[in-house]
Design a protein around this ligand. Structure first.
Ligand SMILES: N[C@@H](CCC(=O)N[C@@H](CS)C(=O)NCC(=O)O)C(=O)O
Length: 218
């Protein structure tokens, strides 16, 4: 039995869920509120002292760190391969995942999306300096994703890979902001990729929202 510990609204939980969905693996999502005022529950910290989500439980095998989780899912379960067999393509996939973890997630999700949508939506004061400071990095991130994709249909080649599953949830939040929509519009290739990703069953099944994203549109 596979159990994923995380939150439906979490970017990294969604990355792992999309990998499980793409592989058609049955799993249960157990919500763990690491953002509670009291912090992550003690029993969660006992397994993952960093308190990040998601974590995966497969029988008595416990794993945290999303890039390790998605590779484990791909390598453990049958179905379509989510890692290219050609080493240069696989390296490209890993490079993109590295860029997303190191330079994308924090500015894209916390500095822009959370400020513009979550803070503003709850009547708080948006930290405009924080939003503005994220923009140059994010412009470079999109430029690199566009460049590294070359003319392939997906980010690391002509079939879907873990790089696409890592990127989509971050960009899905980003395009809810005016900055994200405008920035993506200047990369038509990436915009087309987003639209294609949004139609996948794995994206629909893991929507952050209660209605499906296809209904919401963007
Ligand atoms: N390196 C971790 C990062 C995961 C991560 O940052 N998840 C967010 C939620 S989307 C989180 O747990 N944030 C809480 C924190 O960093 O304390 C991984 O790859 O799993």
């Amino acid at each position: 039995m596979i159990k994923l510990l995380g939150l439906r609204i979490s970017v990294y939980t969604r990355i792992a869920r999309m990998a499980l969905e793409e592989k058609n693996v049955e799993y249960e999502l157990e919500e763990v509120d690491i953002f509670a005022d009291s912090g992550p529950p003690d029993e969660y910290l006992a397994h993952n002292p960093f308190g990040t989500i998601p974590s995966l439980m497969h029988g008595d095998f416990y794993l945290y760190e999303t890039a390790a989780i998605t590779r484990y899912i791909d390598e453990t379960f049958p179905g379509v391969a989510l890692q290219p067999s050609v080493s240069s393509r696989r390296a490209r996939m890993n490079q993109i995942i590295g860029i997303l973890d190191a330079y994308t997630y924090r500015p894209m999700v916390w500095d822009v999306y959370v400020q513009r949508i979550v803070v503003a939506g709850s009547g708080g004061r948006v930290d405009e300096d924080l939003v503005a400071s994220a923009i140059p990095t994010l412009q470079e991130v999109l430029r690199q994703l566009d460049l590294l994709r070359e003319n392939y249909e997906f980010l690391a080649g002509d079939s879907i890979s873990l790089a696409d599953l890592h990127a989509y949830p971050m960009l899905r939040y980003f395009i809810e902001t005016p900055e994200g929509t405008a920035m993506l519009a200047s990369f038509p290739g990436l915009q087309k990729w987003m639209q294609q990703m949004q139609q996948r069953l794995s994206a629909r099944a893991t929507s952050f929202h209660s209605t499906t994203e296809a209904e919401n549109g963007f």
